[in-house]
Write a protein that binds this ligand. Structure first.
Ligand code: BTN
Length: 261
């Protein structure tokens, strides 16, 4: 990736004011975590062209070949209660959505943190945090976005899930400028981080809820091998999902995978 092409396009106030680039790392989340421990400042962004051990949610791996996608981590040091850290996952999803809007690609947010195009996953977010007692010390917001990944590469490397994975180039039928996509994403991360600081958590959760494609839809969520079915009613400031079951009661879901919608 040509990191200077990203830098030239950035007009951000906080996120991306420091931009660190590597050709290859094990995981951008992991490396930025180490840099954060050594005092790296709020808003630093780390991008790698490829990852040898990209991390996904729930202990999964994130397929991270070189030359095609975006693997980005942002370090945030917000003053917020650690229980509200889910708001940063929402910030990442909203920034991804806006980036795709700007590219004229219509996409949908899937709780808690996936971005879908035509029901196929194009991006994922892995939020990690470090607390000191009850105080949040920092957040690492990790974003993986499939940009120019080909369907052949998906079929070959992700055979079990190949029907549910896509990339921007597959959906647009053209090769995209990765640096331009990265600059747009960093710009929107900055905008939403500043919005969070000036307007608070509620404004982010409200905007996320408005753009959440599954509100009031019938969904199934897999939680510890149990399937919970019902109508998606809301997401709260802690990032929890509430489903109305057939008895009319609201069930709170802390973590799980939406199976269908
Ligand atoms: C998911 O499982 O949906 C989340 C995937 C997050 C992947 C990104 S790629 C950049 C950052 N570094 C990592 O090791 N993981 C995240």
């Amino acid at each position: 990736m040509k990191i200077n092409n990203i830098k030239e396009k950035l007009r951000t106030k906080l996120v991306g004011t420091e931009l660190i680039y590597y050709e290859s790392v094990e995981s951008t989340n992991r490396l930025l975590n180490e840099l954060a421990e050594k005092g790296k400042e709020d808003g630093a962004v780390l991008i790698s062209d490829r990852q040898t051990g990209g991390k996904g949610r729930l202990g999964r791996q994130w397929f991270s070949p070189g030359g095609v996608n975006l693997y980005l981590s942002a370090l945030l040091r917000p003053e917020v209660n650690p229980q509200n850290s889910a708001v940063f996952t929402f910030i990442a999803s909203l920034a991804l959505l806006k980036t795709l809007d700007a590219l004229n690609i219509s996409s949908q947010i899937k709780w808690p943190n996936d971005l879908l195009i035509n029901n196929k996953k194009v991006a994922g977010v892995l939020t990690e945090m470090k607390n000191e007692g009850n105080k949040l010390e920092f957040i690492i917001l990790g974003i993986g976005l499939n940009i120019n990944l080909t369907s052949d590469a998906i079929k070959e490397n992700l055979p079990k899930i190949s029907d549910s994975v896509t990339s921007l180039s597959i959906e647009k039928n053209m090769v995209l400028d990765r640096e331009d996509v990265a600059a747009k994403l960093i710009g929107f991360l900055d905008e939403y981080y500043l919005q969070f600081m000036s307007e608070g958590i509620n404004s982010i959760v409200a905007e996320w809820s408005n753009r959440w494609g599954m509100l009031n839809e019938e969904i199934s969520v897999k939680v510890d091998n149990k399937i919970i079915r019902g109508i998606a009613r809301k997401v709260d400031n802690y990032g929890f999902l509430y489903i109305e079951n057939d008895k009319g009661n609201l069930e709170k879901i802390i973590a799980g995978d939406i199976e269908s919608n």
